[in-house]
Unconditional design. Sequence first.
Length: 403
Amino acid sequence: MLSQCENDAMSLLSHLDHAPRDPILGLTEAFNADDRADKVNLGVGVYQTEEGVVPLLDCVATVDQRIIAAAKPYGYLPIDGLKAYDRAVADLVLGDSVERDRVAVVQSLGGTGALKVAADFLQLVGPEATVLISDPSWENHRAIFTRAGFTVETYPYFDAATNGVDIEGMLSALLSAEAGTIVVLHACCHNPTGYDLTPDQWDRVLAVVAERGLVPLLDMAYQGFGHGLAADGAAVGKFARAGITCLISTSFSKTFSLYGERVGALTVVCADAEEAATALSQLKIVVRTTYSNPPTHGATVVATVLDDPELRQQWEGELAGMRERIQRMRVRLREGLKAATGVDLAHITTQNGMFSYSGLSKEQMIALRTEHAVYGLDSGRICVAALNERNLPTVIAAIGAVL
């Protein structure tokens, strides 16, 4: 016979529905369960080498050895993180665009953690605000802000007819937004489409954001994976110099290949030093009541590399190598598909970053998985960074079969 406590415990959870699988991580689970030898996973957003493995960057390995040799204990970091890391992030992200006393930075648990801290912080500032995300956007954008209590809507972004950005639709939606609306913008390497705004288009977006009194949050998880560190960070610099409050979430998962270390940051550009100090005090409360303080190792690695001229140069070279390999895979995929099918998917080589909106339908993506063991998202998004010379023939043949 069950005790009253056991009955209460069962009734407490019995009303819960089973949550749906994450569309990306769930896809990986299905891939792992597939026993076909020639299977290819183009779903998860992870950079892989030509050998099909996640790389350990040489600059990271060097710092790892230094940390091991120093044999220091792993004490708690401050709530806002490693000070050297926070300074290095501000320098990398903002350059000379704004005075540092106007900036509040907190180390976060990856880019996702930065967005979560931002969402909870913005709830303090404007709990009734609407959040606008691009259509389409990274799936977690909607989930994070919805669970923080916001109403989340979209602005037009991808135009399937032109295979590009619907800039006029985007601007129209922003012009119609109420003051205080939070607008989540992809600073570079748009996820999932790979289509980015041009410099002139960024100027137009910035003008509307400033005119309407909107709150920009720039998500920059891939700085350096598009055209280079400076070019990819240019939009952030524009917003920082404009004199408006803006938030920037960053991640070093991809650019340092530190996925499991969860190294990210939230940067807030404020009106003045007093406002920055107030913002930091509130950000620290959000952090303290969420995960208390961040981990040590990954932030130490990133800060050390960014502060050491020799290691910084080495990292930028390795980053360029990853970026150029992705670009080569785009060209090889486009050329291979044209040769095999006669169809020129030219948009593949005009997109930026790790991902490509292939243009394939949901039905075609399902057929890729079920009939050819090539895994991508139902939206048609594939991770170009997971392609290599060994799996490329399989992918080309599979896509050719479903076109």
